[in-house]
Design a protein around this ligand. Structure first.
Ligand code: J2J
Length: 539
């Protein structure tokens, strides 16, 4: 098994410790501390069910013991693929306490993606929920059948044959759980997958807890707050910016919404007196329309974080008048760097920028195509290095060679400019991924699957502007022999075991790409050319 590590240079690590960023805390230990300080405070609300901090600490201890009783060991990895339910947090903290690394899959992922995570991460367990509309247990059995070493399927809800029930694991006898190494990796987060398949991002207790503590401070999140998780809980944004884990860090209350739709969330805000939540721009648009109808009491809302994709200034301007709360823009990435606008920034800064980095030690470079610094205020490629930005992906030398410079800067793939006051403004992407409502789709990954279809000669997938989604995907396809139907190609992508959000929104058949294109220009240039042929009004 390839050990999961994350290594900063000795000099950088010493500096981050001496400056008090890395304080030697661990997830299990901070939860224990909160449970001892405020045992009866409610930590998790899921429908009518509630877990206090004492319940949370006790159940996650029991779950950790149950996993170890199964034969799992510290250092193993478990794919966690759960909807927004309370058990999700018990499981994740149980894994942290056992030293088993969660791999944070999303409910939308299907067999191709889960198989890839299981293989790359050498997962020993897959944790799913039964009775969710989609048959996650069947998915788990399918993947287990293909991946040697993936021995355990753990099910929340009715466990079938060959599965272990969450409730059974909670009945395990208590064990002494050794303290975890704060410098060690706590979990594997997923990259947006700019080229090819998603990569695994090892994050340490020390580095991630630093972002939780600082995010809580910058967002004004305290134990008095009620934070709602409307986006999928395992996504890095609602997990950490400030997200559920910052909320637990400060002893606040976390309310789970079953979906981000206004129908699910607005009544919940009124019922639970939610003070803070995070949204992607298309969801914010839906909320604005629904809130204008004025049926729900949203007076408890204090701050809404919006990020994951570019928020149009005209939408940003409507947040305060319509939702009655402060907007905080967040520009972050699972690899590390997170930027926030400040709660007390002037309205123009809040509306038109994506904020400033969390840490004084976040090093920011903005460079041209040749790697030279651009003039102040000019747009360029964003590179970054700092106390919570990774230096390497797990088990992926090729990606590491492309994504990191020799001196440890991460190439974000984003094009940004920096104003004189330090605020970043995102201009776009250098790479060819599609940011569909905050979900990142690699053009290359979808092209590879299309090319496997017998009636596809060649394919290029591009992003096109979309008023609601921000971007949507369009596949240009040169047929081989009989032209397939667009619907058949979409069904093909589903059948290949890919998440629904990766199915091309649009398929355009063409006879050839361009005369000069064949073999002469890069796929990147080809995609740019095809995108241009559609124009901004494509549809
Ligand atoms: C434009 N593009 C943005 C923004 C992210 C907080 C917030 C978001 C993420 C996230 C996250 C953007 N405007 N406000 O992990 O902790 C695009 C950029 C970036 C990529 C990262 C967090 N906020 N983006 O979205 O790993 O292109 O993280 O590089 O999913 O999303 O995607 P991801």
């Amino acid at each position: 098994m390839i050990p999961v590590t994350q290594t900063w240079s000795a000099e950088a690590a010493a500096r981050y410790r001496s400056k008090g960023y890395w304080r030697g805390e661990t997830f299990g230990a901070f939860l224990r501390a909160r449970a001892q300080a405020t045992p009866d405070a409610v930590a998790i609300v899921c429908g009518a069910r509630r877990w206090t901090y004492a319940d949370f600490d006790r159940d996650s201890d029991a779950f950790a013991a149950g996993l170890l009783d199964l034969g799992l060991r510290a250092g193993d990895r478990a794919i966690v693929q759960l909807p927004n339910i309370g058990e999700y947090f018990i499981i994740v903290f149980g894994l942290f306490k056992a030293g088993i690394l969660p791999i944070f899959a999303l409910p939308g992922h299907r067999s191709a993606e889960i198989t890839h995570f299981a293989e790359k991460g050498e997962a020993a367990a897959h944790i799913v929920a039964a009775g969710q509309g989609f048959d996650y247990c069947a998915l788990a059995h399918d993947v287990r059948g293909r991946v040697p070493g993936l021995s355990h399927v753990v099910t929340v809800g009715a466990a079938g044959a060959g599965e272990v029930g969450y409730d059974d694991l909670l009945r395990a006898a208590p064990r002494d759980l050794p303290a975890r190494d704060p410098a060690g990796v706590a979990f594997l987060q997923l990259s947006g997958g700019s080229t090819g398949l998603s990569k695994l991002i090892p994050r340490s207790h020390d580095d991630y807890i630093y972002t939780l503590r600082e995010s809580a401070r910058i967002c004004g999140l305290t134990a008095a707050d009620t934070l709602m998780i409307a986006l999928p809980a395992a996504h890095n944004f609602p997990m950490s910016s400030p997200g559920s884990l910052s909320a637990f860090y400060v002893g606040a209350r976390v309310v789970l919404a079953p979906s981000p739709s206004p129908d699910a969330c607005l009544p919940l805000i009124a019922r639970e007196r939610v003070t803070m939540t995070s949204l992607v721009p298309p969801v914010a648009l839906l909320w604005l329309s629904a809130a204008e109808a004025g049926q729900h009491d949203l007076s408890s809302l204090r701050v809404i974080q919006i990020g994951g994709a570019k928020l149009a200034p005209e939408v940003a301007r409507r947040i305060r008048p319509v939702l009655g709360c402060t907007l905080q823009q967040v520009f972050g990435m699972a690899e590390g760097l997170v930027n926030y606008t400040a709660l007390d920034d002037d309205e123009e800064t809040i509306v038109t920028t994506q904020g400033r980095p969390i840490s004084p030690d976040d090093e920011i470079l903005i460079v041209d195509d040749d790697g030279r610094d651009v003039a102040p205020g000019e747009a360029g490629h964003l590179l970054t290095r700092g106390p919570y930005t990774i230096r390497a992906y797990h088990n992926d030398d090729g990606a590491n060679a492309r994504a990191f410079t020799a001196d440890g800067f991460y190439r974000t793939g984003d094009i940004v400019l920096r104003r004189a006051d330090g605020a970043l403004v995102v201009q776009g992407r250098a790479g060819d991924h599609i940011n569909r409502a905050g979900e990142k789709i690699s053009a290359e990954e979808i092209e590879d699957h299309l090319l496997a279809h017998p009636q596809v000669f060649d394919a290029a997938v591009v992003s096109i502007p979309d008023e609601f989604l921000g971007e949507r995907s369009c596949a240009f396809v040169i047929p081989r022999g009989d032209k397939p139907k667009a619907a058949a190609l979409k069904a093909w992508i589903r059948q290949r075991g890919l998440a629904e959000f990766k199915v091309p929104d649009q398929v355009v058949f063409v006879e050839r790409f361009t005369e000069t294109a064949v073999g002469k220009i890069s796929r990147k240039a080809l995609r740019a050319h095809l995108r241009a042929t559609l124009g901004p009004e494509a549809g």
